[in-house]
Design a protein around this ligand. Structure first.
Ligand SMILES: Cc1cc2nc3c(=O)[nH]c(=O)nc-3n(C[C@H](O)[C@H](O)[C@H](O)COP(=O)(O)OP(=O)(O)OC[C@H]3O[C@@H](n4cnc5c(N)ncnc54)[C@H](O)[C@@H]3O)c2cc1C
Ligand code: SF4
Length: 352
C-alpha cells in the first residue's frame, strides 16, 4: 500500500464505516481503526432495535456496511486499537496504530478521517432522576436492548403498565450539557410506539420540555398521539423516589403551572449525546481543536469535514449530536475530501 492511495479512518461507527466503504468502492485502500472489539458504533454496542424515524431494523442499515468492511480486500480493519501517533503532511502521513494486546504497526496514508462519535450521558451525574439508585429507572439506550429482546420487564420480572419518559436528561441543562441532542425526542417517541405495540394495555406518559422532531421525524409525534394514544405532559422533573413498589415522580407541569406527582412502574430517561474519551484521545494525537463543549471543532462552523489540519477530515457525532442519516452523509462527505487529497498527491495528477 502506498500513502498516495490509502486513507486512515479512526472510528468504526456509521460515519467511519460509510467513509471506508465509499473510499474502497472508489478504488482506494483503507486502514480502519476501532477502539472497541466490534465494529458498528453506538447502534451495535447498544443493540438499537429499530431506527427512527422509519422503524427500520438496525441491521438493514448497519450490516451491509459492517460486512463490506470485513470482506473488502481494500479495507484493513484493526479493532481494539487506536492511532497513537502521526507525522507528515497531506498525501504522506505516517500513523502508528497500537492494539490493546500490545501490538503496533505503522501505516503510510495520504489522508485521515476522524469519526470517533459520542457517548451517552451518564444519568448518575444528575441525582434528580435516581438513575442507578432506584430500580426500573433506565436510559433510552438500555430500552433499545429490551425492545430488541421483546421482553419489557421490571426488576422483579413483572410487566410495567404505567411507563414514563423524561426528555432532555443531560441535555439543554446548564448544570450538565447545555446543547440539544437532536434525536432523543424522536427516538423516545419511536420507543413509546413500540412499547404500545408490545404492551397494548400499557399507559405511556412523555414528560417533555419541547418536542423537537425536526423534518420528516414529526410524523412520529402525530402518530404517537393519534394512533397510539400516548400522553404528553409539558413539565420538568424535580425528584424521583422509589416507594418500595413504584416510582414516584415529582415535578412541575409547565403548561398549567402547578406541581405534579405521578406514579410509574418504569421510568425511561432520554439521555443525551456527549463527546467521549475516544474523541479527546484522537484530538490529542492529531492536534485537533475542541469546541467549548468538547466536540471536535471544524475550522468553519458550517463545514463539518474541515478539521483545520490539512489532510485530516471530520465526520459524524464527534462534531455535534446528529442522527444516523446525517452521520452516514458526513462519512461520505469526508471520504470525498480524502479522495481529493489522494488524487491531488498521486503521480497521475488529474485536474480538479
Ligand atoms: C439512545 C439513542 C438512540 C438512537 N437512535 C437513533 C435512531 O433511531 N435513528 C437515528 O438516526 N439516530 C439515532 N441515534 C443517533 C445515532 O446513534 C448516531 O447518529 C450515530 O451513532 C453516530 O454515528 P458515528 O459514527 O458518528 O458515532 P458512533 O456511533 O459513536 O461511532 C463512533 C465509533 O468510534 C469509535 N471510537 C471512538 N473513539 C475512538 C478512538 N480514539 N479510536 C478508535 N475508535 C474510536 C467508537 O468506539 C465507535 O465505535 C440514537 C442515539 C441515541 C443516544
Ligand atoms: S432532542 Fe428532544 S429530548 Fe433530546 S435534548 Fe433536544 S429537546 Fe430534549
Amino acid at each position: 500500500m502506498s500513502s498516495e492511495d490509502s486513507v486512515l479512518i479512526v472510528g468504526g461507527g456509521p460515519a467511519g464505516l460509510r467513509a471506508a466503504v465509499d473510499l474502497a468502492e472508489m478504488g482506494f485502500n483503507v486502514v480502519l481503526v476501532e477502539r472497541r472489539a466490534e465494529l458498528g458504533g453506538a447502534p451495535i454496542r447498544w443493540k438499537y432495535h429499530t431506527l427512527a424515524p422509519d422503524m427500520r431494523p438496525t441491521e438493514e442499515v448497519m450490516s451491509p456496511l459492517i460486512d463490506a468492511c470485513k470482506s473488502n480486500q481494500r479495507i484493513k480493519v484493526y479493532t481494539s486499537s487506536v492511532a497513537s501517533s502521526f507525522s507528515g503532511s497531506p498525501g504522506e502521513f505516517s500513523v502508528e496504530v497500537k492494539g490493546a494486546d500490545g501490538s503496533s504497526s505503522t501505516h503510510r496514508v495520504g489522508a485521515i478521517i476522524v469519526a470517533t462519535g459520542f457517548e451517552h450521558f451518564d444519568a448518575r451525574v444528575d441525582p434528580r432522576y435516581a438513575y442507578g439508585r432506584a430500580p426500573d429507572v433506565i436510559g433510552i439506550n438500555e430500552l433499545e436492548g429490551m425492545l430488541r429482546s421483546g421482553k419489557i420487564v421490571r426488576h422483579d420480572g413483572s410487566t410495567p403498565r404505567r411507563i414514563g419518559f423524561v426528555f432532555c436528561v443531560g441535555s439543554r441543562d446548564r448544570s450538565t450539557n447545555p446543547w440539544c441532542c437532536t434525536v432523543c425526542c424522536g427516538v423516545s417517541i419511536k420507543q413509546a410506539i413500540e412499547l404500545r405495540r408490545l404492551l397494548p394495555d400499557s399507559q405511556i406518559y412523555m414528560i417533555y420540555m419541547d418536542i423537537r422532531t425536526w423534518g420528516l421525524w414529526e410524523k412520529l409525534y402525530w402518530d404517537s398521539m393519534e394512533k397510539y394514544g400516548i400522553n404528553y405532559i409539558r413539565g420538568r422533573v424535580g425528584e424521583v423516589y422509589y416507594t418500595g413498589e413504584k416510582l414516584l415522580v415529582k415535578g412541575e407541569d409547565t403548561l398549567v403551572r402547578g406541581p405534579i406527582e405521578v406514579l410509574f412502574d418504569m421510568l425511561v430517561l432520554a439521555v443525551g449525546m456527549e463527546p467521549g474519551e475516544g474523541t479527546r484521545q484522537a484530538a490529542r494525537v492529531f492536534g485537533l481543536n475542541l469546541n467549548e463543549y468538547g466536540f471536535l471543532k471544524p475550522r468553519q462552523p458550517n463545514i463539518h469535514f474541515d478539521s483545520g489540519v490539512g489532510g485530516v477530515f471530520l465526520a459524524g457525532a464527534c462534531v455535534a449530536p446528529m442522527s444516523i442519516e446525517e452521520a452516514l452523509e458526513e462519512g461520505s462527505a469526508a471520504a470525498m475530501q480524502a479522495a481529493k487529497v489522494l488524487i491531488r498527491s498521486s503521480k497521475q495528477r488529474v485536474p480538479i
